[in-house]
Write a protein that binds this ligand. Sequence first.
Ligand code: GLY
Length: 404
Amino acid sequence: MNSTQNKKWISIEDLDNYKEAAVPEIRTAMETAVDQVVRNLPEFTDRFPGPNSFDNFYRPGDNVEWTTGFWTGEIWLAYENARTEEEKEALRKAGEIQVDSFMKRIVDRIDVDHHDMGFLYSLSCVAAYKLTGMEKAKEAALLAADNLVSRFQPKGEFLQAWGEMGAPDNYRFIIDCLLNLPLLYWAYEETGVDKYRDIAEKHIHTALANVIREDDSTWHTFFMNPETGEPDHGATCQGYRDGSAWARGQAWGVYGTAVGYRYTKREEYIGYFKRVTTYFLKHLPEDLCPFWDLEFGDGDEQPRDSSSAVIAACGMLEMSKYMEKADSEYYTSVALKLLKQMIDKYSVKDPKKSNGLLLMGTYSKKSPYNTCTEAGVDECVIWGDYFYMEALYRVLDPEWKSYW
Ligand code: GLY
């Protein structure tokens, strides 16, 4: 594309030159994805894929980490898109077996001392309950919501992400948590107990008041003062450096502001959505698949993170439901352009090459300036696969009843 030659990033105007994914190609992509999920059931029903693949193949493991709900979410999305009754029944059974595992996990408190209850339980148990009415799924999801509520810090009004509650070196929230909050809104709607909604609203407000910088990029993590509850400082864990914009963090911001608006209907959140989304789009390379940190662009020898593109696409499709016509059409169109690139260049078409759905994600890339452990660089990542399917389904069925 001539207009973008020799540039690190595209400009917003360049987006006009890209093609949208058309419904028939989205339908074919969904069929390919469902086939892959069904093919994976024998290996991944009693056990779960890990957060990332190794040479593009996931390995089976236990129901631990913050990521196993994404696989169960893929099973439920495949269930909704199954082409035969037999396939649908096989997917339902697998989903229900996994709900049992999630119940055991919360009751036995296996790796649940953190805030990622929404990622784990919205996509596994809330989805199961919404689709099949399974009571056990509802009970497990409510226990997970209670666990999330127990991470609330009244001083500063936020949900503490990681570590021992109140520890000064962990007195912080992270931008990712915005996607954990739908679990609390669901619990409020199911039980009528105000605390779930009130805590979610307080956290959203604290997060969005602090996490967006003046230039519309976002902090990955943000510390509050444990003595006063006042905002203290931002820092990165998985981004390249403190002041850069970790691509997935910015994408969590795109989807997170959309979810924040959906539940609170606060007008200013539409403005926040536009700011973080515009920053994200202005830092895309020519093929629209971001590098793992938005500081990098074409010409930089860095890995991509395809999962950020599909998370942002889902956020744009969600927010477009609540916007006036021109904005709604614009963000839908941009999401379709990102999806076209993902389908054409990043999706798995041959199961001999990968047992995942979307190639070239990055979980955590170590840099001299960040605090993460390197894992899953240039691999499939399980949330990338999930959000790829969710984005496809959002286009195929704009009335889809979200699991979030
Ligand atoms: N929530 C952790 C991550 O996005 O890697």
